[in-house]
Design a protein around this ligand. Structure first.
Ligand code: GDP
Ligand code: MG
Length: 442
């Protein structure tokens, strides 16, 4: 989807002065891409109309950058399409336990997402735990146990108790008493929306008194997500929605916009089976990435979560478009703590192109290369780290190579990558300052 939309915009930008015909042609291409992603027809028509009325091309003077205006209008409209109009109620730490109950049909990704969600908060330093109140599906407790153990998160459940409400009540009571910040309750789904499921959810709600009810929804059903989200909302007090399986489903855009249209805020998205293939959903950030703009604000959040960007200085420099070898080194050092490389890479403009395809993940070629770059930067002086230009001389490159035990060619490769990287940060920084495509601020 993103590829097609950004290609359409790029083609339009090649016309130095786009006119009405060019604009309409671009909008048709975007509309087609959105329809292919199963976005609702009316929503697509509305986007088209809104962009056209936002940029009245014939009335614009010659001095106006029409391409920028059009890009901005498309960006704004895509964001609006994904906006529920209000935010989910945020969880608060330090006011007793937050109890978050997960609901949704079987197979949508509830159990997986419960663990991801708990893990997300535990990485932020919250004391989190999991309760398995699914007695419907065979092996449900084992599945949750396995996920929880991998993520080192305490859990509660039972092999013998058959009443899910009793399990939830006991688990929540126990963890509340132990002062947990966040208690995540996984419930049983059913194959379809049936009376028994809704009754169970209602009983569960009055038993555990959740702070938030999260509805988990599989993105592969596309715009049909609208009716399912609406049905759940009509029976339980759904406060937020998490959309799963956005990896590898062509209909993801349809599901996201359909859920937003029910005015349910989307808080997170699932992008894979692994525990950290999960991220907060921020429409601007998502659209920015869709349009191929590199995700500086997402990177900032990830760095903050990893305890890296307590370095306010660095954040300021990065968003201002300044990037030194020291910044690069700090990022590389933190990458190990941030989780799978490819996810981090995707967020840094241009960084993914640094590595051969598929060469990411722990122990891979890409990871080794990053590690080698780290050694090289460790062998540099403060002056060199802060002012990378000075390293570009044979004697310094040789010295750094010797000091780090790497080849001269590797040092040079690092410097080349650095230069490319810095240029990218610079262009993103100036874009966000000008408010060009927007959405890049924290
Ligand atoms: P539940 O029945 O709602 O609890 O769903 P599960 O958590 O058991 O998930 C059902 C299947 O979907 C499992 O095979 C998960 O690994 C898979 N799954 C969950 N979330 C994602 C996701 O974001 N991406 C992908 N590719 N698979 C997912
Ligand atoms: Mg489950």
């Amino acid at each position: 989807l993103g590829g097609k939309i950004s290609a359409a915009i790029r083609r339009m930008s090649n016309n130095t002065v786009p006119d009405e015909t060019v604009l309409k042609q671009m909008l048709s291409e975007i509309a087609r891409a959105l329809l292919e992603a199963d976005v609702n027809v009316r929503a697509v028509q509305q986007l088209r109309g809104n962009v056209l009325s936002a940029v009245d091309i014939s009335s614009l003077g010659a001095g106006v950058n029409k391409v920028k205006l059009i890009q901005k209008a498309v960006f704004d409209e895509l964001c609006r399409m994904l906006d529920a109009g209000h935010k989910a109620v945020p969880l608060k730490r330090g006011h007793g336990s937050n109890v978050v109950m997960f609901v949704g049909l079987q197979g949508n990704g509830k159990t997986t997402t419960c663990a991801k969600y708990a893990y997300h908060y535990s990485r932020k330093g919250w004391k989190t735990c999991l309760v398995c109140a699914d007695t419907f599906r065979a092996g449900a407790f084992d599945q949750l146990k396995q996920n929880a153990t991998k993520a080192k998160i305490p859990f509660y459940g039972s092999y013998t108790e058959t009443d899910p409400v009793a399990i939830a009540t006991a688990g929540v009571e126990r963890f509340r008493a132990e002062g947990y910040d966040l208690i995540v309750v996984d419930t049983s789904g059913r194959h379809k929306q049936e009376v028994a499921l809704f009754e169970e959810m209602e009983q569960m709600t009055s038993a555990v008194k959740p702070t938030d009810i999260v509805f988990v929804m599989d993105s592969s059903i596309g715009q049909a997500a609208h009716d399912q989200a609406a049905a759940f909302r009509s029976r339980v007090d759904v406060g937020s929605v998490i959309i799963t399986k956005l990896d590898g489903h062509a209909k993801g855009g349809g599901a996201l916009s359909a859920v937003a249209a029910t005015r349910s805020p989307i808080t997170f998205i699932g992008t894979g089976e692994h525990i950290d293939e999960f991220e907060p959903f921020v429409a601007e950030r998502f659209v920015g990435r869709l349009l191929g703009m590199g995700d500086v604000s997402g990177l900032m959040t990830t760095m903050k979560d990893a305890g890296l960007a307590n370095n306010a200085d660095m954040v300021k420099r990065l968003t201002g478009g300044v990037f030194t070898l020291r910044d690069m080194n700090e990022q590389f050092e933190g990458i190990a703590r941030m989780g799978p490389l490819d996810k981090v890479m995707g967020m840094i403009p241009g960084l993914s192109s640094m590595l051969p395809e598929g060469a990411v993940g722990n122990g891979s070629e890409g990871a080794k290369r990053i590690q080698a770059f780290g050694y090289i930067m460790d062998a540099m002086t403060d002056e060199e780290l802060d002012n990378p230009k000075v390293v570009w001389c044979t004697s310094r490159i040789r010295r750094v190579a010797r000091g780090s035990g790497r080849h001269v060619a590797e040092v040079e490769a690092l410097l080349v990558e650095y230069r490319r990287f810095a240029k990218m940060v610079q262009s993103v920084g100036s874009m966000s300052k000008k408010g060009g495509m927007g959405g890049l601020g924290g």
